[in-house]
Structure formats: C-alpha cells, structure tokens
Design a binder for this molecule. Structure first.
Ligand code: KPL
Length: 299
C-alpha cells in the first residue's frame, strides 16, 4: 500500500498562542485543519513576525472521528491534557498520529497512560507569541524540536510532521533524544517563566547582573535533579542556555508572565512543580525551586 506524504486533516485543540501560529501557517499552506476551542473568545487572526495579518478560518470546526491519515495536534497546557484526551480518545483511529506541543513535563506519560499504542510525537518550541483579545502576535523567532519515543524518523508520519512544522513553526530539528531536549527546555522555562512573572519584567531583563545569583541557584538544583535521572548537564551549561534564550527573546513577555497578568492558570506545576515533585521522590533539597513554586501559586 502506498503511504501518504502529508496529513489529510490536522485537528488542533485549543486556542493558545503557539497553536494559533501553527493554524496561521496551515492557512497559508491550504492544509485542511480544524480547531476545537472550548471557551470564547476564540483567536480569529494572527499577526506574523513580518507584520502580515492572517485570518484563521474557524468555520472548519471540529471533524468527528479522525482517520489514520490525520493528525491530532495538542498545543495545550499539561494540566488540560487529561480532559482533552478523554474527549478525543473515542474519536481516534488506532493509528491517528498525536503530537504534543507544550512547556513542562508529564505530557507524554499522560498520553501513554490513556493511549499506549498511539503514534506519538513530542515537540518543543522556542518561538515566542503574545495572545491578546481575539488575536495572537508572533513576537519572537525560534526553533522547534521534534522527536518520538515510539515512531521512527524514517516513517511517513515523521516526514509529515517535520514538513508541516517546518512550514508553520520552523526551522525544525529532529531530536533523537527528545527526553533530553525536553529537560533542557524545562530548565529554560524553570528559570525564565517564574522570574519574569514574579519581577514583572520581559525575558531580556534576566541577563542583568542582579538576577545572576538566583539563576545560578535554580540551575544547580535542576542539574542535581537531572543527574538523579541519569541526565548529566552542568548547572553552568543550563545557566548559559537560559541566558541565551532570554537574550534571543529579550523583548518578549514569557507565557507565565502573560498567564499571571491575565489571571489564567499557570504551568508552574509542570515546570518548577515537576522538579520539586521529582526532587522529593529522590530526597534532593530544592529550596529555590520550591520557593518559586509557592510564590507563583500565591499570585
Ligand atoms: O517558552 C517560553 C515561554 O514563554 O513559555 C520562552 C522560551 C521562555 C519564551 O518566552
């Protein structure tokens, strides 16, 4: 049987900032897609990095029952996954591809607990986007990493997700060890997101001298927790990486800063909360990450 080279239909769940960027890309590609949004107001347009406005076609709606040639794209927060999977699991073919695109950890485990054999890709992006009433603005260029722990790079699905994301949220890189890439991104988010939210500053301000000691302490704790998972990256490397991302997205406000500002639930539980939870299990002291978790929860 001849295998397809692209997805017949892409179902996007939610109207978050990053998912809206992918929808705008699919509009320009003429890729058939639908958006399933729970609560109004839905995002109706995207301002691209180059300043173009792309209207999102919300009429295409939700397609019931996805086939083995379709993609279910989940650019949602980890805490939303369980209820979204409950809604979508009965509508999937056993070979419908799923792709997660989110900050923090715990998403893969959540999908595997419910759909252990579903083809699953995991993506992590450093693009920046700002969500306002009715529209999303692409505020920072980044890279998207994709990998899988159950699908080979040589599969048609891997080619199809790489091609789709290359056009919609590129440049794209295939990661042989996506778990490692997620840990590295987790450290970036664990530094940038709570500090920018607590100090009410754009990402770039974190490169200032006054924040360097706290950033070093956060990364030392994360490096120790990673080592307990047999992932060895020095605190220095994590600091360097976080500061590079902060500098590259200097004028952006992090997603947690935006969540706090607009009084939305933050992703702290799957970022610093995930580190604290794992540290507890392993008997590692992580006072700074614990403090950040508590302070963000208080906001
Ligand atoms: O992922 C991000 C976020 O805001 O959640 C970074 C990379 C920190 C960019 O703002």
């Amino acid at each position: 049987m001849q295998t397809p080279e692209e997805f017949e239909f892409v179902q996007v769940v939610g109207d978050g900032a990053i998912g809206s960027l992918v929808c705008a890309g699919m509009e320009t590609l003429n890729q058939p897609y639908g958006r399933s949004v729970r609560s109004a107001p839905a995002i109706s347009s995207v301002r691209t990095y180059q300043g173009r406005t792309i209207a999102l076609n919300s009429d295409r709606g939700k397609q019931l029952n996805l086939s083995q040639h379709d993609l279910l794209l989940l650019p949602i927060k980890v805490y939303q996954l369980e209820s979204v999977l409950e809604e979508w699991a009965p509508l999937l073919h056993s070979h419908t591809t799923i792709m997660l695109l989110q900050n923090g950890m715990g998403g893969e485990e959540c999908v595997k607990a419910r759909l252990p054999h579903q083809p699953l890709f995991i993506a992590s992006t450093s693009h920046g986007a700002y969500k306002s009433t009715g529209f999303v603005e692409h505020t920072g260029l980044g890279t998207t990493k994709i990998g899988s722990n159950n699908i080979l790079r040589q599969s048609w699905q891997a080619n199809a997700v790489m091609e789709l994301i290359r056009s919609c949220l590129g440049p794209v890189v295939w990661e042989e060890n996506i778990t490692l890439a997620l840990w590295v991104k987790l450290a970036v988010n664990a530094v940038i997101n709570p500090l920018t939210a607590l100090h009410n500053i754009p990402n770039g301000d974190l490169t200032r001298l006054e924040y360097q000691n706290e950033i070093r302490l956060i990364c030392e704790e994360i490096s120790a927790v990673m080592a307990s998972e047999r992932i060895f990256i020095s605190a220095r490397e994590l600091v360097e990486n976080s500061l590079n991302v902060a500098a590259a997205t200097a004028n952006n406000f992090s997603s947690m800063h935006q969540d706090v500002k607009y009084k939305r639930q933050t992703e702290i539980d799957s970022i610093n909360g995930f580190i604290v939870m794992l540290a507890k299990k392993k008997g590692i002291d992580v006072p700074i990450n614990t403090l950040l978790l508590e302070q963000i929860k208080l906001l």
